[in-house]
Design a protein around this ligand. Structure first.
Ligand code: G3P
Ligand code: MG
Length: 252
């Protein structure tokens, strides 16, 4: 069984402003195996890394990402009060993030945020950037919009893909396999509701669970052998995984 990978949710967002170059650099230095990030499109059609459809929560301005040009967004600062050590972060483009993390060898889970606005051609634009950055073999595409995932598969048949979901889906493992998707990304709160995990792991699909911030959940999921946990605290998860490995060696 491969060891569970640790993905930093929106970067190491428990320590630095989410979805910024600073949060991604921290994830790399905390030895995460991967980062997860959210992509929306600007008015001029550039894939940018920001979670919400609006800029209200993370900047001092308001409005939709889709109504701002990249140049306008670049004038803004992403600031979170709880992280005063990062007073000048910016909204990065997808290309900037891929360029910044490429040398580290880290995996990138690109979440296409097409659940509210289905940005025109977002799948093509994102796939082009991934190709330009030569990151095809280290990218996993996911989305709550499963049509977006099928579109990615049409554009890049060999791309690694996963269905994201937060509610329980009937026979989700058959659904993913029948539609040729490589993985499932369930919410941690849903897999705790009933014994879904066993079925998921047995399916052989890649199972990456989000957002796993509780240490008890981290331990349980690593022990169960999920493909990855997606967490705001990659350093904590890495340590838990290390401790477990050391205990297993000592027990041999
Ligand atoms: O990709 C996992 C997770 O990021 C999905 O939820 O809302 O944090 O993007 P959200
Ligand atoms: Mg996300």
């Amino acid at each position: 069984m491969d060891k569970t990978k640790i993905f930093a949710h929106r970067g190491a967002s428990g320590y630095a402003p989410e979805n910024t170059l600073e949060a991604f650099a921290l994830a790399v230095s905390q030895k995460a195996d991967g980062i997860e990030l959210d992509v929306q499109l600007t008015r001029d059609g550039v894939p940018v890394v920001i979670h919400d459809e609006t800029i209200d929560r993370v900047t001092s301005k308001t409005g939709y990402v889709k109504d701002y040009t990249l140049k306008e967004l670049k004038k803004l600062t992403v600031m979170e009060k709880r992280f005063p050590a990062y007073p000048s972060s910016k909204i990065p483009t997808l290309e900037e993030v891929l360029d910044a993390v490429k040398a580290s060898g880290i995996w990138v889970n690109i979440e296409l945020k097409t659940g509210i606005y289905w940005y025109p051609e977002i799948e093509q634009k994102v796939a082009q950037i991934v190709q330009k950055c030569d990151m095809e073999h280290r990218v996993i595409y996911s989305s709550f919009n499963h049509y977006s995932i099928q579109k990615i598969k049409q554009i890049v048949p060999e791309a690694e893909t996963a269905y994201l979901y937060s509610d329980v889906i009937w026979n989700v493992t058959d659904y993913a396999k029948n539609t040729k998707v490589d993985g499932i990304h369930p919410a941690v709160y849903h897999i705790k509701m009933a014994d879904f995990l066993n079925e998921y792991i047995k399916s052989g699909l890649n199972v990456r669970v989000w957002t796993v911030n509780d240490t008890t959940d981290m331990k349980w999921l690593i022990e169960a052998g999920v493909t990855a946990v997606i967490t705001n605290y990659p350093d904590v998860a890495v340590k838990i995984r290390e401790q477990r490995e050391n205990q297993n060696h000592a027990g041999k």
